[in-house]
Write a protein that binds this ligand. Structure first.
Ligand SMILES: [Zn+2]
Ligand SMILES: [Zn+2]
Length: 158
């Protein structure tokens, strides 16, 4: 993927005031190539085979530093788990309540604040748009399951 060679990553980290340690370089590269909004644990399990000394605390600290320096965002899903996002431009999310996937949607339109009547004096510092419900795969599975049940009910009848 373009712009993801180690030299570029190291330069990006330095430009954001972070020394390019091996865990930081690896976590940055993983976050930029896996748009799955991972938890600390997901990244830990993905990178532990390559970085033997990696701990969950290190992953947490690295992600925390990324958020502080503007290299990652925390996805606001109102759930207790912390999920991280390497895509920095404002975009909407869809969270599946069945499988837990957080899917990227498109850019949030500039007109949103006006459309929902945000007072002109208000000074928002964050913007989050999150849809919740069943993702396409889970919705399809549920429909198939209920059709199967309906078919089974029909054959049970005398
Ligand atoms: Zn799902
Ligand atoms: Zn996202």
């Amino acid at each position: 993927m373009a712009g993801l060679d180690p030299a570029t990553i190291k330069a990006t980290l330095r430009a954001h005031g972070l020394s390019p340690s091996a865990p930081r370089v690896a976590i940055y590269a993983w976050l930029q190539t896996h748009h799955v909004h991972p938890t600390v644990d997901v990244i830990y399990r993905a990178l532990r085979p390559k970085l033997k000394s990696l701990s969950r605390t290190t992953v947490y600290n690295v992600l925390h530093a990324f958020v502080e320096k503007g290299l990652a965002n925390v996805v606001r899903s109102e759930d207790l788990e912390l999920r991280y996002d390497g895509l920095l431009s404002p975009h909407a999310h869809f969270k599946c309540t069945q499988c837990g996937a957080i899917i990227d949607l498109g850019a949030i339109p500039d007109t949103l604040a006006q459309a929902v009547g945000l007072p002109a004096e208000a000074k928002p510092t964050e913007l989050a748009v999150l849809f919740r419900g069943l993702c396409a795969a889970c919705a399809k599975k549920r429909t198939a399951d209920s059709e199967q049940r309906t078919a089974a009910d029909a054959t049970d009848k005398p």
